[in-house]
Design a binder for this molecule. Structure first.
Ligand SMILES: [Zn+2]
Length: 259
């Protein structure tokens, strides 16, 4: 993608700390401004991710969430505010992002992503970031991002731990997908969501912020991708672990018999 965007004087100041970096510069900032990123979920992961993507000047951010802001969300979902309790999360998030950066476009979808709408949504964007909290959505995004050849930056949370990876299985050998890692969803009762299990709120902030970094790297083509690796954050141990993920030749999504 060749980005042909002339930065305005305001943008030169706003993005000055990007422009000064050799690794980003005017060309990189133009790539960010031309990019279209779809964020699934304006919750614990989506909140910091959306705020950093907006601040960084991702030119078009899509937000998918069918939920409304609840008082119990505010302990970790920092894109929302007390006075927005009861409002659609996409509207609350839009207001916050427009306050951070009025020079980008926010596209909101107050729907639950499903097999009927996902392909049309994903098809309009360059990169997809999964901040959902359920396996059905993770597998749906895995299958469609593979089909449509879109990078998928995915994170998951437990009370004191988080996991993060980037999936580009359409690149072939050495590029696994989420299903190569987790062949099928565990029974729902084994994996409590934040709502039931609780979570130390800032853990979501760490993972959502890391997710924003990986999305920006993906757009900029910068550094080492987490494609083929799983980054695990152990908050209680104050440790990060990184493990390699292999491609499963029999994967139902991206293996020889899949796709
Ligand atoms: Zn796979």
């Amino acid at each position: 993608m060749v980005a042909e965007i002339e930065l305005s004087d305001e943008q030169f100041q706003r993005y000055a700390r990007h422009l000064i970096l050799d690794e980003v510069g005017e060309e990189g900032q133009a790539k960010l401004l031309a990019a279209r990123v779809l964020v699934i979920g304006a919750g614990g992961l989506g909140s910091p991710m959306l705020m950093y993507l907006a601040a960084a000047g991702i030119g078009t951010i899509g937000i998918v969430d069918d939920d409304r802001v609840d008082l119990t969300n505010l302990q970790r979902q920092i894109v929302h505010a007390t006075r927005r309790v009861g409002d659609p999360k996409v509207d609350s998030a839009r207001e916050t992002l427009e306050r951070i950066n009025d020079g980008i476009r926010i596209e909101t979808y107050p729907v639950r992503i499903n097999a009927g709408n996902a392909e049309a949504l994903i098809g309009q964007y360059d990169v997809v970031a999964d901040g959902s909290d359920n396996f059905a959505t993770r597998y749906l995004l895995t299958d469609l991002c593979f089909k449509l050849k879109k990078p998928l930056v995915a994170a998951a949370l437990s009370p004191f731990e988080g996991q993060l990876s980037t999936f580009r299985p359409y690149l072939g050998d050495g590029h696994p997908c989420y299903r190569c890692l987790f062949h099928e969803a565990p029974p729902p009762n084994l994996v409590p969501r934040c709502e039931e299990a609780g979570i130390l709120g800032a853990v979501a902030g760490v993972l959502g912020t890391l997710q924003a970094v990986e999305v920006l790297k993906e757009v900029l083509g910068l550094g080492d991708s987490l494609d083929g690796a799983l980054l695990i954050y152990d908050a209680l141990g104050a440790r990060f672990h990184r493990i390699r993920i292999g491609k499963d030749p029999d994967c139902a999504t991206c293996g020889r018999r899949g796709g």
